[in-house]
Design a protein around this ligand. Structure first.
Ligand SMILES: Nc1ncnc2c1ncn2[C@@H]1O[C@H](COP(=O)(O)OP(=O)(O)OP(=O)(O)O)[C@@H](O)[C@H]1O
Ligand SMILES: [Mg+2]
Length: 457
């Protein structure tokens, strides 16, 4: 991700406020540079090329408005949001006249600040010919509905970024409801093909002959009822991506034809003599054990190798339960907005049940349950789904497996360490030596923790 993140320069002489702002901004996924005086700010602007600046109007060494003018001279297309104290109306007016793009007044509401930053970046990307920003913004936004910061999900995001720009055929594997389709769409959205079609075909829902004509199309008279020629999904997907879902269910005869398309990038429509050439990126997904299919003869081994240029395994939710917190917030917001309901949170007791449950239906099951809670307006429904007992008036998960206390503390420590390291690195601008000093650990031990927790800039 390095170099691909949006960079924000924060110029404020109040260290405490600066610390809070840094945390808020880096939490929103941006990389933060901070300067406590005008001189440093100008140096950072020249050397690190930030995309956007948050600038305090009242600086000790230089008037914020003068600084704004200097910055606009150094970088014409830089976006500048002024930070001002409440009531400084005239100063704000002057700043806007001097070329500021927007302003926020102290005390800050975190969400409002994030929204202002986002709005300004989007506007800059649209109204200027700022290609690098356009690219970065796009990359960031496409992951917007793909939630999770567990190591498993971060690994998947990293893989998506790595394969998106290639022409490799991707096999996405994982249990039902884990997010395979979301992964596939993310790959397409990050690829150069993103503005071309994304065509999904579910190989499990159509009978063999229909599936064949859907995929490859047919010529007039190819079969009874074929009154007119019709192009197939492969042709519709030309220059874009075709997503063959449930590939494990594809009948063997079609597997042979698919293999041919993969190898030659061309095929014949049903009943057609002319071959049709296509340029299509292929992504396939399955929740089936394809190796077992190969052993019992229902899946072609040669096709398996051609499809599986890169495999992305999407883990079951029970293996990354720490993401339940973020997923819960995300779905809560999504469905309260959608249904216009006013459910602000889910009780700790229910979250506790969520954390203990194994989620056989994975993220889809969690999403549906939260949706029901919101629609029904209470959490009762949870008790019909998740096994529980009531002990001394408290609801507890009916646990067959007991998690050892040691394991519970290990996970809690990891989570807290990860968050602290992340925020200190943000504060030190990823200066690891400085961060190690602040955290009072050795440089080496900090590096090994960054690696272990997969903390990324
Ligand atoms: N990481 C995630 N963040 C947010 N939503 C997610 C995530 N993973 C899955 N979902 C949501 O869960 C639901 C199921 O995901 P998806 O359809 O991608 O699963 P799948 O693996 O393709 O399932 P199936 O094998 O049943 O087709 C979708 O509504 C999807 O948006
Ligand atoms: Mg799916």
């Amino acid at each position: 991700m390095k170099g691909n993140k949006i960079k924000i320069l924060l110029v404020d002489d109040d260290p405490e406020l600066s610390w809070i702002l840094t945390e808020t901004i880096s939490d929103a996924g941006y990389s933060v540079f901070s300067a406590e005086d005008g001189k440093t700010a100008v140096e950072i602007l020249k050397n690190d090329h930030p995309d956007l600046i948050l600038l305090d109007i009242g600086m000790p060494d230089i008037n914020g408005i003068d600084l704004l003018g200097r910055m606009k001279v150094i970088s014409k297309r830089i976006g500048i949001i002024m930070l001002s104290a409440h009531g400084e109306t005239q100063t704000i007016v002057n700043a806007m006249r001097a070329g500021a793009d927007d302003f926020v007044t102290k005390p800050f509401d975190k969400e409002e600040l994030k929204a202002t930053i986002k709005k300004n970046l989007e506007r800059m990307a649209i109204t200027s010919d700022n290609m690098p920003l356009k690219k970065k913004l796009k990359a960031k936004l496409e992951f917007g509905n793909f939630i999770g910061d567990s190591n498993q999900i971060l690994n998947i995001k990293k893989m998506i970024e790595q394969v998106a720009g290639t022409e490799l055929t991707i096999l996405v594997r994982g249990e039902s409801g884990t997010g395979k389709e979301l992964v596939t769409r993310a790959i397409h959205n990050l690829a150069d093909r993103k503005d071309k079609p994304f065509i999904k075909v579910n190989c499990a829902t159509l009978p063999e002959n229909l599936l064949e004509s859907e995929l490859f199309g047919y010529e007039r008279g190819a079969f009874t009822g074929a009154q007119r020629a019709k192009p197939g999904r492969f042709e519709f997907a030309n220059e874009g991506t075709i997503f063959l879902d449930e590939i494990g269910e594809m009948p063997p005869s079609l597997q042979a034809k698919l293999l041919q398309v993969l190898e030659e990038k061309e095929f014949n429509r049903l009943g057609g003599k002319k071959s049709v050439k296509v340029d299509v990126r292929i992504i396939v997904a399955t929740n089936r054990d394809l190796e077992e299919g190969i052993r019992n003869g229902s899946f072609r081994e040669d096709l398996f190798y051609r499809l599986n240029e890169v495999t992305i395994f999407v883990p079951p939710l029970r293996e990354h339960k720490e993401d339940i917190f973020l997923l819960n917030e995300f779905f809560l917001k999504k469905y309260t907005n959608l249904y216009g309901k006013n459910v602000t949170s889910i009780s700790p007791q229910t979250i506790n049940l969520f954390m203990n449950y194994d989620w056989p239906g994975n993220i889809r099951e969690l999403e549906n349950l939260i949706k029901k809670i919101i629609v029904l307006g209470n959490e009762e429904i949870v008790y019909t789904v998740i096994p529980h007992d009531v002990v001394g008036g408290k609801v507890v998960y009916k646990n067959t497996k007991i998690v050892p206390l040691k394991e519970v503390s290990r996970l809690a420590v990891q989570k807290a360490e990860k968050a602290t390291i992340k925020s200190v690195l943000g504060k030190t601008n990823w200066n690891r030596i400085q961060a190690a000093k602040l955290l009072q650990v050795s440089y080496r031990s900090l590096l090994s923790k960054i690696k272990e927790y997969q903390i990324r800039e």
